[in-house]
Design a protein around this ligand. Structure first.
Ligand SMILES: [Ca+2]
Ligand SMILES: [Ca+2]
Length: 294
């Protein structure tokens, strides 16, 4: 009895840890290698280099070397200044992951992110519906979110409340989108994390995609306070995620400067809940069979 359970557990673990099922990791740490710099190049699970997307603006993106401000060595420092006095400027950096990550299977996207602009001070230019930070997945390289997004995380200004994008309580907070797979970008489809987006604070993110239910979970921490919620609906009607990580922003005047730092991007396949349950059941059965507790 004991040996049969042992053999089953061993064979199951061999399957579970086989290449392509659990093992893959796609990473951006800005270490300076050909693949892992900025803009970098295709390789190590990335389909291409980082793609800067800019509309009416100057985008600067530079690797800060040997800095440890975000807690993970080199990091990427980004800023946008609009170049039109009459129209909105916008920019993002975008990269597609594909190799080793099954987009149709659950996977997690982790990263560190810090806003480097005073968005709350009395002289702040972060004020209108066209001032925002937005992190998301879409079907094409874009500056900001649209209807093809699966997950969306953002920080919005007072004007976004007036435009109906967020509620008043969400102004200046981290906000996550909770759509209905074809839903509008309106306050009713947003969730207030209650985490204030504080300049200079490093936030850790973990977005976990569940393609079966076309939902995602969001976990955000400032090192002390944590937001965590699952079952967040995608915005897109698509059956699968696009497989992009995109970090974008908008500014609406020449006086605006959006600025942020980012690092430690890690995309991993995660075991399906059914697989975890099976592993747990095997572990419990194995413990019973060997007469051990715990
Ligand atoms: Ca790094
Ligand atoms: Ca502005």
């Amino acid at each position: 009895m004991k040996s049969r359970w042992f053999a089953m557990a061993v064979s199951f673990l061999m399957v579970a840890t086989a290449p392509g099922i659990v093992a893959a990791e796609v990473i951006a740490e800005f270490t300076g290698t050909e693949v892992d710099s900025y803009p970098g190049m295709a390789g190590d699970g990335w389909a291409d280099a980082w793609t800067p997307v800019v509309t009416r603006g100057n985008l600067t993106a530079a690797v800060v070397e040997s800095g440890d401000d975000l807690g993970s060595g080199n990091y990427l420092d980004i800023a946008l200044t609009p170049t039109s006095a009459t129209q909105t400027g916008a920019a993002s950096v975008s990269r597609r992951y594909y190799d080793g990550i099954e987009l149709a299977q659950p996977h997690a996207i982790e990263f560190k992110y810090r806003i480097d602009e005073d968005i709350t001070g009395s002289g702040s230019t972060f004020a209108t519906s066209n001032d925002r930070y937005q992190l998301f997945d879409t079907a094409s390289d874009r500056t900001t979110a649209n209807a093809t997004c699966s997950w969306i995380v953002g920080v919005y200004a007072t004007g976004a409340k007036d435009a109906g994008y967020i509620s008043e309580a969400m102004i200046g907070h981290w906000v996550v989108f909770d759509g209905t797979n074809g839903s509008d970008f309106v306050a009713a489809n947003q969730v207030d994390t209650t985490l204030v987006a504080q300049p200079g604070v490093v936030y850790d993110f973990k977005i976990t995609i569940d393609p079966d239910s076309r939902t995602y979970s969001a976990w955000i921490s400032d090192g002390t306070a944590t937001f965590s919620q699952g079952g967040l609906g995608w915005r897109t009607t698509a059956a699968s995620v696009a497989g992009r990580v995109q970090f974008g922003c908008i500014g609406d005047t020449l006086a605006d400067t959006r600025a942020w730092s980012m690092d430690a991007i890690k995309i991993t396949q995660v075991p399906e809940p059914s697989m975890l349950a099976l592993l747990a059941a095997l572990g419990a059965a194995g413990a019973l069979a060997t007469g051990k507790k715990g």
